[in-house]
Design a protein. Structure first.
Length: 650
C-alpha cells in the first residue's frame, strides 16, 4: 500500500476530474469541498494536465475550453497558469454570457422587445392597483416612460453594446441582468444556439459555482441534462461559501447525476482556524475538514466591545497590539500586513479616510458600480491622469510627468499637433503653464479640494473633462467646447452619453469634488486592492496570513446584508424571518454564518474577530457555550476603556 500524505490524501478527486475531461466521453462533475481544500488548484491542475492529443484535437476543430471565474483577478491568474493559450477561454460569467450572445443582435432585439412589453404590462397592472400621488406611483410612471422610450428605439439599434465591468449607459447598452437572462434564454430555448455552444465547447468549467447567477446556472443545468454525454459541465464550489443571493441555493442537490469527487483537507489554514471553521459549519451541513500536519497551532481571538460609544480606531488598534503580543508576531502591529475585512465598503472608506469622496458617489444610482470598482471614467481622470501627474511632479520625476501628459493630454497629443491647431512648442508651453498652475495648488503642503484641481485642469485644458464633470464646471463653456471638438475629432471622447439632465449625478459629483485631493490616492489604493482593507464579499478565493474581521451591525447600513447580533443570539429573528424559515427560505442567521465562514477561512495563521454589540456578554456566552471559542480566547474590555470621548483624537 502506498503511503498517504497530506499532499496526496485528496488526489482521487483530481483523478476523477481528469477522467471527466475526455473528448470521447465527457462527464459532468461537481467538486464540492470546503475552504482552502484546493478547488481552484484542482481546476488549474486539470487544465495544465490536459494531454497534448486533446489540445491538438481542440485546436484543429477551433474548439475551446470555457473556464469561468468569479473575478477578473482569478481569470488573470488562470490565464497565466495556462500560458495564455487561446484554447482556454478564461473569463468571468458576464464576459462569458456576452461572448455567447454578442453576435446575435436580431435575437437580442426580439427578446428585449418581448421583455420590455411584459415589463410595461406588469407596471401597468401595478399602477392600476396603486394610489395616485404617491412616490411609488411617480416612480412607476417614470419607469414606464423610460421603458416605452427604449422599446420605441429598439429598431434603430444595429449592434448592442455591453461592458462586463462597470456601468452600461447609452441607448444601445445592455444591462448586466439582461445579458445573463439572454444567455440563459438562448441556452434553453434555441436549438441552433445549443448546437453552436456544443460545437464550440466540449467542457465548460465554473469556479465558485455556488455564486453563479441562478438563471444562468439553471439554464446550464438544463442544457447539460439535455445533452449529457456530449459536454462536461464542471462545477467547483462550496455552498457554505455562497455569499450572494444570486446563486442557486440547492446547487449540491441539483447535481445528483454528476461525478462528485470529495476532498477532506484544508491546505490553507492552521489547525485552530480550521477547528473554528468546522465549528461554524457544524451548524449548517456538518462537513468537516482536516488540517495539514505541517500546519499545527494558529491563533484565534475575539475582541468584544459595546457598539454604543466605543472609539473604533482605538479599539481596533488595541486588538492589533494584543494580537501581536499573543502571537509573538510583530507584523500584527503593521496595518499593511493585516487584512481587515468589513462588511460594507463605507466602513473601509471611513477607516482609510476617503469618506468625503466615497459617500456621495457610492450612493448615486448608476455611478456606484463604476465608482466602487474603479472604472468610472470621471473618477479615472483623477486617479489615472491628475494623480500620477501631481505625484510625479512632487517627486521631481519629469520623465514620468511627461509620459502622463503624452498619454492623456490633448495639448501634447501628436495628432492634435499634426491637425494644425498649434505648433508643438505652443502645446508644450500650454501644458507647462497648466502644470505649473496645478502645482501651485499644492504649495506649502496644501491639500486642495478636488473641485479646485478640476477647475485648473479644465482652464488649462490639461486633460479632457469627462461629460459628468463638465456639468460641475459652470464656466467651462467655450473652452470646453473647443476642447471637446478636438477630442471628438480624435476619438478620445470621454463623455458617457449621459444626458445633461441627470441632476443627481451632478449633485453627487459636486459634493464629492469637495473632498480633499489626498483622498484620491487612498481611494485608488483601495480599489486596486493595495489597501489593507477588503470586504467580506470581496475576498472570495483569497488568503492572508493575518485577518481581522470587523462585525459592526450598528454601523451597517444595508440591514438585509447580515446581522451578527442575530447570529449570536443578541437579537431574535424577526417574525417575518421566522415565517420565511418555516417555508424553507434562508434566514439572516444562515446568511451571516456563511459570511463569517468565508471571512474566517481566509486566515492562514491568525485571526482576530472584532465584534461591536449591544450585548457583548450575550455574544461571549454564545461563543463559549457553542464551543466556537475557549474562555481565554474571548477578550472583553472594561466598560469605558475605549469610550469615544476618552480616546485621544486621531
Ligand atoms: N494538494 C495541495 N498541497 C499543498 N497545498 C495545496 C494543495 N492544494 C491546495 N493547496 C494550497 O492551499 C491553498 C488553498 O487552495 P485553493 O485556493 O485552491 O483552495 P479553494 O478550495 O479554492 O479555497 P476557497 O474555497 O477557500 O477559496 C492555496 O495556497 C493552495 O496553493
Amino acid at each position: 500500500m502506498t503511503d498517504v500524505s497530506d499532499d496526496t490524501r485528496d488526489a482521487g478527486a483530481d483523478a476523477t476530474i481528469r477522467a471527466c475531461l475526455s473528448l470521447d466521453q465527457p462527464r459532468s462533475f461537481f467538486l464540492y469541498a470546503g475552504a482552502g481544500s484546493g478547488k481552484t488548484r484542482s481546476l488549474k491542475d486539470a487544465l495544465e494536465g490536459l494531454d497534448t492529443q486533446t489540445l491538438t484535437t481542440l485546436r484543429k476543430h477551433s474548439r475551446k475550453i470555457a473556464v469561468i471565474t468569479y473575478t477578473n483577478a482569478a481569470a488573470d491568474e488562470i490565464t497565466r497558469r495556462v500560458k495564455a493559450d487561446p484554447v482556454f477561454q478564461v473569463q468571468t460569467i458576464h464576459s462569458f454570457a456576452w461572448s455567447l450572445i454578442e453576435g446575435r443582435p436580431a435575437d437580442i432585439r426580439g427578446w428585449l422587445e418581448r421583455n420590455l412589453k411584459t415589463e410595461i404590462a406588469e407596471i401597468e397592472v401595478a399602477q392600476a392597483k396603486g394610489k395616485a400621488g404617491t412616490a411609488a406611483h411617480d416612480e412607476r410612471l417614470k419607469k414606464m416612460a423610460s421603458k416605452t422610450k427604449r422599446l420605441g428605439r429598439l429598431a434603430e439599434i444595429r449592434a448592442f453594446s455591453y461592458a462586463p465591468e462597470g456601468d452600461n449607459f447609452g441607448r444601445d447598452a445592455l444591462q448586466h441582468a439582461e445579458v445573463i437572462a439572454l444567455a440563459a434564454h438562448f441556452l434553453t430555448e434555441s436549438e441552433t444556439f445549443q448546437n453552436i455552444v456544443l460545437a464550440r465547447y466540449p467542457f465548460i468549467l465554473i469556479d465558485e459555482s455556488q455564486d453563479t447567477m441562478k438563471p444562468l446556472m439553471e439554464a446550464l443545468l438544463t442544457f447539460e441534462a439535455r445533452h449529457r454525454g456530449r459536454i462536461a459541465l464542471g462545477l467547483l464550489g462550496d455552498t457554505m461559501q455562497r455569499i450572494y443571493s444570486d446563486g442557486l441555493r440547492d446547487l449540491d442537490k441539483r447535481v445528483g447525476d454528476f461525478e462528485q469527487p470529495a476532498k477532506q483537507m484544508n491546505h490553507r489554514s492552521r489547525a485552530r482556524i480550521i477547528d473554528l471553521a468546522n465549528a461554524i459549519r457544524r451548524e449548517d451541513d456538518s462537513r468537516q475538514q482536516r488540517a495539514r500536519e505541517d500546519k499545527p497551532g494558529g491563533t484565534v481571538r475575539v475582541f468584544l466591545a459595546p457598539s454604543e460609544g466605543t472609539d473604533r480606531a482605538a479599539f481596533e488598534a488595541y486588538a492589533q497590539a494584543e494580537m501581536a503580543r499573543i502571537t509573538g508576531d510583530p507584523a500584527w502591529q503593521d496595518p499593511e500586513t493585516i487584512k481587515t475585512l468589513t462588511i460594507e465598503r463605507h466602513m473601509a472608506a471611513a477607516r482609510l479616510g476617503f469618506s468625503d469622496l466615497f459617500e456621495p458617489l457610492s450612493k448615486a444610482g448608476n455611478l456606484k458600480d463604476g465608482f466602487r470598482n474603479g472604472t468610472l471614467p470621471a473618477m479615472r481622470l483623477f486617479t489615472h491622469r491628475i494623480l500620477p501627474l501631481v505625484e510625479a511632479h512632487m517627486s521631481g520625476d519629469a520623465f514620468t510627468a511627461m509620459a502622463v501628459l503624452r498619454d492623456g493630454s490633448p495639448l501634447v497629443d501628436k495628432r492634435i499637433i499634426r491637425s494644425d491647431r498649434g505648433g508643438q512648442a505652443t502645446g508644450l508651453d500650454q501644458a507647462r503653464t497648466g502644470v505649473e498652475a496645478l502645482m501651485t495648488l499644492f504649495e506649502d503642503g496644501r491639500d486642495p479640494c478636488c473641485a479646485e484641481v478640476l477647475k485648473v485642469v479644465a482652464e488649462h485644458r490639461l486633460f479632457p473633462i469627462p461629460g459628468q464633470l463638465r456639468h460641475c464646471l459652470p464656466d467651462y463653456g467655450s473652452v470646453a467646447q473647443d476642447l471637446a471638438d478636438n477630442i471628438d475629432e480624435l476619438d478620445l471622447d470621454t463623455s458617457e452619453a449621459i444626458p445633461p439632465t441627470e441632476n443627481n449625478f451632478t449633485e453627487a459629483w459636486t459634493q464629492a469634488l469637495e473632498a480633499p485631493f489626498s483622498q484620491v490616492a487612498r481611494y485608488l489604493a483601495y480599489v486596486e486592492d493595495r489597501s489593507p482593507y477588503g470586504t467580506h464579499q470581496g475576498v472570495k478565493g483569497l488568503e492572508f496570513p493575518r485577518v481581522m474581521v470587523i462585525a459592526d451591525d450598528a454601523r451597517t447600513r444595508f440591514k438585509g446584508l447580515a446581522s451578527y447580533e442575530t447570529l449570536f443570539d443578541v437579537k431574535p429573528l424577526s417574525a417575518a424571518s421566522r415565517k420565511k424559515a418555516d417555508q424553507g427560505e434562508e434566514t439572516t442567521i444562515e446568511r451571516t454564518r456563511r459570511l463569517l465562514y468565508v471571512t474566517c477561512t481566509r486566515a492562514e495563521d491568525s485571526l482576530a474577530l472584532v465584534l461591536y454589540s449591544e450585548s457583548p456578554d450575550t455574544i461571549q456566552e454564545f461563543l463559549i457555550s457553542k464551543g466556537w471559542m475557549a474562555e481565554d480566547e474571548v477578550v472583553m474590555v472594561e466598560a469605558g476603556t475605549f469610550d469615544q470621548e476618552a480616546a485621544p483624537q486621531s
